[in-house]
Design a protein around this ligand. Structure first.
Ligand SMILES: NC(=O)c1ccc[n+]([C@@H]2O[C@H](COP(=O)([O-])OP(=O)(O)OC[C@H]3O[C@@H](n4cnc5c(N)ncnc54)[C@H](OP(=O)(O)O)[C@@H]3O)[C@@H](O)[C@H]2O)c1
Length: 334
């Protein structure tokens, strides 16, 4: 089968290969999925840059890609959750990427039945951004109706899902975006749209309940100023924190390192009486089942910026790496 692999860490153009490799055979606890579409997420190029090396060491060359939509074509003998012919979608496990390929073996716990009202290309856009956002807002921040949330980068893959999900929860939503994308995020239901090219969100909004940080760095620190006392800031951009290190059972050195990396933000959060959380998504097919139900109500739609062929993954990764994506970028495989 055809697959996209990376063979070293550094610049995308030096390490992305299209190769013919053997079609994998599912183990007793896996299914084989024929992939119809995959989507690109920033983590795909960050892995090649080497940004995730502290967390996962891959044996190179390694196939790339986490999001998929496709059809089950073979089932291991211990699998009872799925049958041959079912249309599924999902975000595969952290240590087993490889959805930029014609086939992949997956444990059923990462999969759900694809929403019936959308195409495979649209479905492939949902698992990573959807699960990250539902976990960050609902599980971590316990978001509720009528609460006020600021979602940074409303026109990105995460942002476009998050605005719609927060509106589905009946929250009041503010978002930041550039001039060119204002109408796009308004159409998703954002109540307050702040043009970061011409306006300063710190002067425009205050007493918010939640900030969903998708930008990191100074934005993460500054955003605390618009939260009310007891407000919550959840960031999905590193560095990870000590709580993450404990959850991932990282060793003493990494735990200490991540604690030190977060001293400043924890100090400012404490001073401002804010709860700060770092969140790294956990793939969970049962949560994806919940997302399927919401998508099937029509409350959340998928916005595809560009579609590429499998042979064009390098170009697709470079497009996302440039940071100007509106919604999602898809790889159409079949
Ligand atoms: N921890 C986790 O589990 C997790 C999960 C998913 C994603 N992430 C991370 O979250 C981040 C966002 O992911 P994504 O998929 O949404 O990325 P993305 O789709 O590549 O984001 C691109 C968008 O960001 C907007 N943007 C850039 N700078 C901005 C600024 N200063 N203010 C407002 N908007 C800005 C751009 O809009 P303009 O062109 O208008 O500037 C563009 O629409 C990435 O770093 C990713 O790695 C983490």
């Amino acid at each position: 089968m055809k697959a996209i692999l990376f063979n070293g860490y550094g610049k995308l153009k030096d390490h992305i290969l299209l190769q013919d490799i053997p079609t994998p055979v599912p183990a007793e606890n896996e299914v084989l999925v024929q992939i119809f579409a995959a989507s690109i997420n920033p983590v795909d190029y960050k892995i090649v840059h080497g940004a995730m090396r502290l967390l996962h060491r891959f044996k190179l060359p390694q196939t790339l890609g986490f999001d998929l939509s496709g059809i089950v074509v073979s089932v291991g003998k211990n699998v009872s959750e799925f049958n041959i012919g079912q249309e599924v979608y999902g975000r595969v496990g952290d240590t087993h990427p490889g959805t930029f390929a014609e086939y992949i073996t997956v444990e059923p716990k990462y999969l759900a039945i694809k929403p019936r009202n959308i195409t495979h290309e649209e479905a492939a856009c949902l698992p990573l951004v959807g699960q990250t956002t539902v976990q960050a807002l609902t599980k971590i921040c316990e978001a509720k109706a009528r609460q006020k949330i600021l979602i940074h980068a409303g026109s990105g893959g995460i942002g476009m899902f998050a605005i719609q999900y927060a509106k589905y929860l009946k929250m009041h939503v503010a978002t930041t975006t550039s001039t060119a994308n204002i109408e796009r995020v308004k159409a998703l239901g954002a109540d307050v749209v702040i043009d970061y090219k011409t306006q300063n969100y710190l002067e425009l909004i205050k007493d918010y309940d939640i900030v969903y940080d998708t930008l990191g760095a100074q934005t993460k620190l500054d955003s605390m100023q618009i939260l009310k006392l007891g407000g919550k800031l959840v960031s999905i951009v590193g560095p990870p924190d000590r709580a993450f290190a404990v959850r991932m059972h990282l060793g003493f050195f990494l735990k200490t390192f991540l604690t030190l990396m977060n001293l400043k933000i924890q100090r400012i959060a404490k001073k401002n009486k804010i709860d700060y959380y770092y969140w790294l998504m956990q793939s969970d097919g049962k949560l994806l089942d919940e997302i399927t139900k919401i998508v099937e109500t029509g409350a959340i739609k998928v916005y595809i910026d560009k579609t590429f062929a499998l042979e064009q993954v390098l170009e697709a990764l470079q497009y996302v790496e440039a940071g100007r994506t509106k919604g999602k970028v898809v790889i159409k495989i079949r």
